[in-house]
Design a protein around this ligand. Structure first.
Ligand code: ZN
Length: 73
């Protein structure tokens, strides 16, 4: 999946990276560290196994992960 490994569920290498769509501000699988501004929206990158449907979610940016830790940690 993210690190070039096969799907942990079915072993398939038929996986795709699905990035956040910036035009969909109000939807999508994002983590919000603020309830009142979209500037704090943190995109979650998904890796989907096309073979079985297993999905991984990744926050790829280190600064954004630090922001999540400050907010929720
Ligand atoms: Zn799979």
């Amino acid at each position: 999946m993210k690190n070039g490994n096969c799907c942990p569920k079915c072993g398939s290498y038929n996986t795709v990276r699905v990035s956040d769509n910036p035009s969909r501000h109000a939807s999508g699988n994002n983590i919000y560290t603020s309830t009142f501004t979209l500037m704090k929206k943190i995109p979650v990158i998904r890796y989907v196994c096309v073979n079985c449907g297993y999905t991984e979610n990744w926050v790829e940016n280190r600064q954004e992960r630090d922001e999540i830790k400050r907010t929720f940690g």
